[in-house]
Ligand binder design. Structure first.
Ligand SMILES: Nc1nc2c(c(=O)[nH]1)N[C@H]1C(S)=C(S)[C@@H](COP(=O)(O)O)O[C@H]1N2
Ligand SMILES: [Mo]
Length: 431
């Protein structure tokens, strides 16, 4: 298993989970040359986490994570063919060729965790609180949600803001997603809007704040791994769901079971998993991963490697126009004729055209493109290609959206590696 050198959390705070990069002072439990768990976590903190003092703590090998605190070994249980980018927290993406289905199977939805998921969740006793600047604070079970609100099913595209980070040069720290931190499953739940309306949104509300039941990598119960939010106008969109089903089944544990937000078209970091609370605020939310450079980009174009002052970063809103080639697979050996297909999407917009090229972008052919099944679903496209002779080809796909934005050939570099929407290229050998 590989680990990224750093997650998007503050390095000092994640020392617990990492390989001893932090130089944070310890209580002198281990000698300073040793790396690992104890070096970075005070004995008192660790005892608090395991719920008892540790009489033999001096015998614990450096780097040992207490078994009581370890994650399930099979972190990808119920998933099929995902590539693990990091095992603590679990981050796994789906190879493009495995995203070929119009509706992404539960087993192939990517996983992006910032912390440790809750264990043994009980859907029956799960409660969602709506509070803050509301007329009536609500506390709802999943049964209440089903009974009190219209239940809707929508195909919704979720994409991590950092999808495509792997292509950044100079590299950006964080999970090295290639293409596969995107999916479009069919989600069933109730509209966020309906629930907020029932709570009564007060006139001073400008932003939502989302909270989930996962815990911080440090084990510190006072810290949250992530808590993001949405401008209230966006939160009132018709296609944002509080979802309790994925493709007609319970959510996968790693995708937020038993309850999560699904926010299509915006960084999926806004789509809180293991959702327990939504607070309405009279100011922009300032929870973990809302501030600094998290899920933010410079307010202006920058050159690769350019230093950008933190105050010049703005919160990412809609995700840019993008597409994937899901057939054939990159590296495939194929015949002189082939089907070519994939998906395309653009946050808060639709796709108006999809072009492919087999001659390194010299000529382009517009292909058959479906309308979105509903607002927020990716659009499927397909074509047949006949190659002029045997050899190596690249199939390139380029989507254009309803506002005329087209995918670029080159990456728009930014310091944290967000929003890479450059064209997807698939190499094939034809014989
Ligand atoms: N509670 C909680 N919600 C979360 C996260 C998380 O770490 N904890 N990660 C967010 C991020 S950054 C992304 S991209 C999406 C990923 O959803 P998925 O893991 O179901 O694919 O969940 C979001 N919701
Ligand atoms: Mo994300």
């Amino acid at each position: 298993m590989t680990r990224t050198t750093e997650t998007t959390t503050n390095r000092n705070e994640t020392a617990f989970a990492k390989d001893g990069h932090s130089e944070r002072a310890t209580e002198g439990i281990v000698n300073s040359g040793r790396r690992g768990f104890l070096k970075n976590t005070g004995l008192a903190t660790m005892a608090a986490m395991v719920g008892a003092s540790i009489p033999f703590h001096r015998n614990m090998p450096a780097g040992l994570v207490p078994a009581a605190f370890a994650q399930d070994n099979d972190v990808l249980a119920g998933k099929d063919g995902l590539t693990l980018l990091n095992d603590r927290p679990v981050n796994a993406e789906t190879p493009a060729a495995l995203l070929d289905d119009a509706i992404t199977p539960k087993s192939r939805h990517f996983i992006r965790n910032n912390g440790i998921p809750p264990q043994d969740v009980d859907p029956e006793s799960w409660r969602l609180t709506i509070d803050g600047f509301v007329d009536n604070k609500l506390e709802l079970s999943i049964a209440d949600l089903r009974e009190q609100f219209e239940v809707v099913t929508l195909q919704l595209t979720l994409e991590c803001g950092g999808n495509g980070r792997n292509a950044f040069d100079p590299p950006a720290k964080g999970n090295q997603w290639t293409y596969g931190a995107v999916a479009c499953s069919e989600w069933t739940g109730v509209r966020l809007k309906d629930v907020l309306e029932k709570a009564g949104v007060q006139s001073n509300v400008v932003y939502t704040a989302h909270y989930g039941a996962d815990s911080h990598l440090s084990g510190n119960p006072d810290k949250l791994p992530i808590s993001r939010g949405l401008p209230i106008d966006k939160a009132m969109a018709d296609n944002i769901l509080i979802a309790f089903e994925m493709n007609g089944e319970a959510l996968h544990p790693m995708n937020g079971a038993p309850l999560r937000l699904v926010v299509p078209g915006w960084p999926a970091s806004t789509a809180q998993k293991w959702l327990t609370r939504i607070e309405l605020r009279d100011q922009v939310h300032d929870g973990p991963k809302m501030t600094g450079t998290s899920y933010r980009v410079p307010a202006y174009p920058v050159a690769p490697g350019q230093d950008v002052p933190e105050e010049d970063f703005v919160i990412i809103e809609r995700m840019p126009v993008k597409s994937l080639v899901t057939f054939p697979a990159n590296g495939a050996d194929i015949g002189m004729e082939t089907d070519v297909r994939g998906h395309a999407w653009s946050g808060d917009r639709s796709i108006s055209r999809l072009d492919i090229s087999i001659d390194f972008g010299t000529t382009w052919q517009t292909v058959e493109l479906d309308d979105p099944v509903n607002d927020g679903a990716w659009q499927n496209w397909r074509s047949k290609v006949t190659f002029p002779q045997a050899g190596y080809y690249e199939i390139w796909a380029r989507a254009t959206d309803s506002e005329g934005d087209m995918q670029p050939f080159a990456i728009a570099w930014n310091p944290k590696g967000y929003l890479n929407n450059m064209m997807h290229r698939v190499g094939v050998r034809v014989s």
